[in-house]
Each structure stands twice: as structure tokens, then as C-alpha cells.
Ligand binder design. Structure first.
Ligand SMILES: Cc1cc2nc3c(=O)[nH]c(=O)nc-3n(C[C@H](O)[C@H](O)[C@H](O)COP(=O)(O)O)c2cc1C
Length: 416
């Protein structure tokens, strides 16, 4: 999801830097747009460094340079690509302009051009705030559905005391999350997710792998982040862009994945094993490259570590454990057996032979099996939507567990 952050020319402009961080922490991409006055207070460099992208300020390209088509249509491109526009701090001047539909710079033009929800956090001297003109402008915006994050009362930079201080940055971030429909029902949780395939080396250039793309695990990491969790993603080799706001540890083999997951287990409150870990690896890794002429009559394989079983044995009773199963036959039967054998709280099972399910697909068709006995078949949907449904189930299981004070739903886990 992408948010544009408009920064205008007030003393509180520096606080917008912290807002960039809070928005990014929830996995949002942030495009900063500054007015000319804002640049008197904070340099665009600060925001460019924090957001990792160029700050937009001028309507017609940089001053002194020639206007080009790219910069002239940029406001339309940004307007169409964002999911929300937040202006923080918003000056009395910008409130007046947007209340009256003026569009004489990039930010105010963007306000008119976008259909994304608009969130405005005013900040100014108390007399400016109380001025009937400002109040009428704020009221007009509110009537039009603009979300106003009211300023706080307190000591103001001008030396006066009263209403006009920029609302707290977390309160502004919360208004943005609410406008985007982001829930925070995983706030306070640390979610450990494994994703992708593992590569088991045969020699220095070849490996045994599988068709997992990592898309399902990455979608889970992103969805959990959006819902307020701290997320650690242990990823096998993938070609996917790294989800923002997530701690990522890259591994290659099943052994490395097992080490990483077990090392990070203690800090996690929810563990989701979405990786397609190899069940077997070559018994030996040959140094260098096995030559064609030397031949390879047979390949001796040995089982890899069963990460899920190890986690199931070592987990604390308060930790929730979610597993994935890719099946090709007797799908529900096999899944129910795995749920029980591995003492899982939830198993997400997919029949990888179905069209639109499983490896490398952008969609998935899964059934959720809970240790409470519930079975929920889901229709075909995007992997991000599947991730949300899995997390809905996790949140529901948490509530059931809390209300029953259960220590474990499925057997005798705990250190062994
Ligand atoms: C030192 C200083 C601090 C200012 N602080 C504020 C402020 O907090 N809020 C505000 O509405 N205007 C403030 N102003 C006035 C705005 O900078 C001015 O109205 C400007 O035209 C706003 O431009 P913009 O809305 O395009 O960013 C301040 C001006 C100065 C010189």
C-alpha cells in the first residue's frame, strides 16, 4: 500500500520525519510531497533518506530547469497510485487552499486529483487555529469527508499556550491506518514466518530444490505487519521483493532454516511455517562440480531435520503454531493426521494439483483445519487474502485460548 505524505510550512514539519517511520513500520510505502515553505523548515534530503524515494515539491520540475512532460503529469500518476493522502503538519494556508479547491502547487493539485482518502493534521499558533476563517475551512473539509486529526492543546512554538499543537504522531498514524482499513489486532505479537523453498547442494553448482516461490510466506509476513505485529521472516532463496517493515533472515538449506527458526523461536508469540522445506538432501556434497564424464549412477539421499516437529517439541504453551501442507491426494485425511502429529493449532492445507493453487501461483485455494476441530474450506483468492484469512483464524484462536485459559489445544507441547 502506498501513502503520500504532504508536509507544509510550519514549525512542526520536523515531526513528519517520525511519521514517515511509523507508516513504514506498518509496511506502507511513503511518497513525501513538500510545499516550498516546508523546505524552509526541513530539507527534502531528510525525507528522501527516510522514505528511500525522491521528494516531490515542484509542479513544473526543479526551479531554473525546464518543465518536462514527466513532471507535468506526475501529480496524476501519484494521485492514482496512492491509497491515502495525509497532510501533516497542515498550515492554515493549506487548509484554506484545499477548502476552496485551489491548486497552485504540487500538493494542492494532488489533493484535487486523487480519490484516495484525505487525512489532515493541522498545526499552528492558537489564534490562527481559533480564527473563524480557519475554523470555517476545517468545518468545510470535515463536511466533505476529510478526516481531521485535531491539534492538541499545550505549549506552542510561538511561546503561547492553547490549541494548535500538532496531534501526536502515533495518533496521526492511527488515523491513516484507520482510513486504510488496517486492523491492529496483532499489535504486541511477534510473528515468525518461514517462506520459500530450500536448496540442498549436490556439488558447488547444483542443488535439489522445489517449485515454491515464497509468495505465500511473504504475503503472510506482509499481512501480519499490516495488522500491527513485529514480523521476522526466515526466507529460503526467492526472487521476491523484501516486504518493508519486516526483519528478514535469508537462508539456503533446510539445516540453515532449522537453525534460524529455532534461534528465533523464543522471541516469537506466533509461528507460521509456510516454507516448503526439503524432506531429503544429498547424503554428501561433492566439492567442485561433478563432471559429466565421471557419471552419477545413483544419488543417495538422507532425510533433513523436521523443523515443524522440532518447533512443536520446543514451543511454549502460550505460542501459537501454524503449519502449511501441500498435498496431492487424500488431502484432508493427510492434513488431519499432520495437524495432530505435529501438535499444531492451525493447518493450512492446499491441494497443489488444483488450478490456481500452490506453487508460484498468485492465488491459492486452501482449507483451514483448526485443532479446535473446525474445518473451513476457502474459495480461490489472492495469496494476500489467504494470509488475511489465516491471520483472522489466528486472532480467533488467541481469543478462544485466552477465554478458556487453555495451556495447549492439541497435546503435550512444552520443552522436552
Ligand atoms: C517561523 C515560522 C513558523 C511558522 N509556523 C507556522 C505554523 O506552525 N502553522 C501555520 O499554519 N503557519 C506557519 N507559518 C506560516 C506559513 O509558513 C505560511 O503561511 C506559508 O505561506 C505556508 O505555506 P504552505 O501552506 O504552502 O506550506 C510559519 C511561518 C514562519 C516564518
Amino acid at each position: 500500500m502506498r501513502v503520500a505524505l504532504g508536509v507544509t510550512g510550519g514549525i512542526a514539519a520536523y515531526k513528519a520525519a517520525e511519521l514517515v517511520r511509523l507508516l513504514q513500520d506498518r509496511g506502507l510505502e511513503v511518497q513525501v510531497v513538500m510545499t516550498r515553505s516546508a523546505r524552509q523548515f526541513v530539507t527534502p534530503l531528510t525525507f528522501a533518506a527516510l522514505s528511500g524515494r525522491k521528494v516531490i515539491s515542484e509542479m513544473f520540475g526543479e526551479p531554473g530547469g525546464e518543465a518536462n512532460v514527466e513532471s507535468a503529469i506526475e501529480h496524476v500518476a501519484v494521485a492514482q497510485s496512492i491509497d491515502a493522502l495525509v497532510i501533516a503538519p497542515a498550515t492554515a494556508d493549506v487548509l484554506g487552499k484545499i477548502a476552496h479547491g485551489l491548486a497552485d502547487d504540487f500538493l494542492t493539485t494532488l489533493v484535487l486529483a486523487t480519490r484516495a482518502p484525505l487525512i489532515v493534521a493541522p498545526a499552528m499558533n492558537v489564534h490562527m487555529w481559533q480564527n473563524p476563517a480557519t475554523q470555517a475551512n476545517v468545518e468545510a473539509l470535515r463536511q466533505r469527508g476529510v478526516r481531521i486529526v485535531e491539534p492538541d492543546e499545550g505549549y506552542l512554538a510561538c511561546g503561547m499556550t492553547g490549541a494548535g499543537r500538532l496531534a501526536s504522531v502515533p495518533a496521526i498514524a492511527a488515523a491513516v491506518f484507520a482510513a486504510l482499513g488496517l486492523r491492529d489486532d496483532l499489535k504486541g505479537e511477534t510473528v515468525l514466518v518461514s517462506a520459500g523453498p530450500t536448496h540442498e547442494p549436490l556439488d558447488d553448482v547444483r542443488y535439489l530444490g522445489n517449485r515454491s516461490s515464497g509468495k505465500m510466506g511473504y504475503a503472510l509476513a506482509e499481512a501480519a505487519r499490516r495488522r500491527g505485529a513485529q514480523v521476522v521472516l526466515v526466507s529460503g532463496p526467492t526472487h521476491l521483493p523484501e516486504p518493508s517493515g519486516v526483519t528478514i533472515e535469508r537462508v539456503r538449506t533446510a539445516e540453515e532454516m532449522a537453525d534460524a527458526m529455532l534461534r528465533r523461536l523464543e522471541a516469537a508469540s506466533i509461528v507460521v511455517m509456510a516454507a516448503a522445506v526439503a524432506d531429503f538432501r544429498p547424503a554428501e556434497k561433492t566439492p567442485g562440480k561433478i563432471k559429466r564424464q565421471a557419471g552419477l549412477a545413483a544419488l543417495k539421499l538422507v532425510p533433513t531435520r523436521d523443523i515443524l516437529a522440532e518447533i512443536a517439541r520446543r514451543r511454549r504453551p502460550d505460542q501459537l503454531l501454524v503449519g502449511f501442507a501441500a498435498e496431492t491426494d487424500h488431502v484432508l485425511e493427510n492434513a488431519a493426521a499432520k495437524l495432530k502429529a505435529k501438535h499444531l493449532d492451525l493447518l493450512v492445507v492446499n491441494d497443489v494439483t488444483q488450478e490456481g493453487a500452490g506453487f508460484d501461483s498468485d492465488t491459492n485455494i486452501v482449507t483451514l483445519l483448526a485443532a479446535t476441530g473446525e474445518t473451513k474450506p476457502l474459495e480461490k483468492m489472492s495469496k494476500l487474502d489467504v494470509a488475511q484469512r489465516v491471520l483472522d483464524e489466528v486472532v480467533a484462536l488467541r481469543k478462544v485460548r485466552a477465554s478458556k485459559h487453555l495451556t495447549s489445544p492439541a497435546g503435550p507441547p512444552g520443552p522436552s
